[in-house]
Design a protein around this ligand. Structure first.
Ligand code: BTN
Length: 253
């Protein structure tokens, strides 16, 4: 069971994670978070479960996680920024995870829009959803799934070549509560400094495919092209058939 006291001990944020809603089991922390937003919850609230049974991924994919062995949580933000800023929030969440992993001497990379990779295998994913009204983003839910203490046998067979966990890569167990606090500390710091140019450069430094061929899903299509970097607001610049195309990452609800 998630130890809220241990997590709070390590948390040094002003607002992100100061309110935590813990559930032993949930269908999806993102879905639950949208329900809570409807009932009104504070900016920075984190919703976490030990056992997510219908986790949602991007493009209506499923996110499968082993009960008690991984981090599955969502963060509420009410940023009141322009809708195109959603890209940035999603990228900052990825960076907060690589910051946290670096702190634990784990080198991770980022795949656009928001996969976390170790040794080219996916260890985590981010589902960043937003609600826009009156021309501004009213609410953002950043849902994060990070495989932590899973053994190979905990992962679905069909994902053995594509997915991994911190345990598989580093051969040791990690305390979920401490990782969560570290990620939230870094995320708040990254968001506070979101206007600085170094954020996008940092993302490109961690990028697994800069100037390389990349395939990703956008709407109903799979896009393949060379990833040239990020625009000033965090969209992907893709070179395809001699043209430069721009892609957004976030999903609206
Ligand atoms: C992806 O890689 O497609 C994104 C996966 C996001 C999974 C997380 S787990 C916590 C949160 N709740 C969900 O239902 N999904 C996100």
């Amino acid at each position: 069971m998630f130890n809220l006291n241990l997590h709070k001990e390590k948390l040094s944020t002003d607002y992100i994670g100061q309110v935590i809603q813990y559930y032993p089991t949930l269908d999806s922390t993102n879905t639950k978070t949208w329900e809570l937003i409807f009932e009104k919850v504070e900016n920075g609230t984190v919703v976490i479960t030990d056992n997510q049974i219908s986790g949602r991924g991007r493009q209506a994919n499923k996110w499968i996680s082993a009960p008690g062995k991984s981090l599955t949580f969502s963060i509420v933000l009410y940023p009141k920024v322009m809708p195109n800023q959603i890209n940035l929030y999603s990228l900052l969440a990825g960076l907060a995870i690589t910051d946290c992993l670096n702190e634990h001497n784990i080198q991770a990379q980022l795949k656009w829009p928001n996969d976390i990779l170790i040794n080219n295998k996916k260890v985590g994913g981010i589902l960043c959803e937003s609600k826009i009204s009156g021309g501004v983003i009213k609410s953002i839910v950043i849902g994060i799934g990070l495989n932590v203490n899973e053994e190979v046998t905990d992962l679905p067979l069909e994902l053995h070549n594509k997915a991994t966990s911190l345990m598989i890569e580093c051969g040791k167990e990690y305390q979920l509560e401490i990782l969560l606090a570290n990620i939230l500390n870094h995320l708040e710091h990254r968001i506070k400094n979101k206007e600085t140019n170094t954020q996008l450069l940092d993302w490109e430094k961690h990028c697994a495919h800069l100037n390389q061929k990349l395939a990703f899903h956008s709407g109903n299509e799979t896009v393949t092209g060379v990833f040239k970097g990020l625009t000033k607001i965090g969209q992907a610049i893709i070179s395809k058939d001699g043209e430069e195309l721009i892609f957004d990452s976030g999903e609206s609800v």
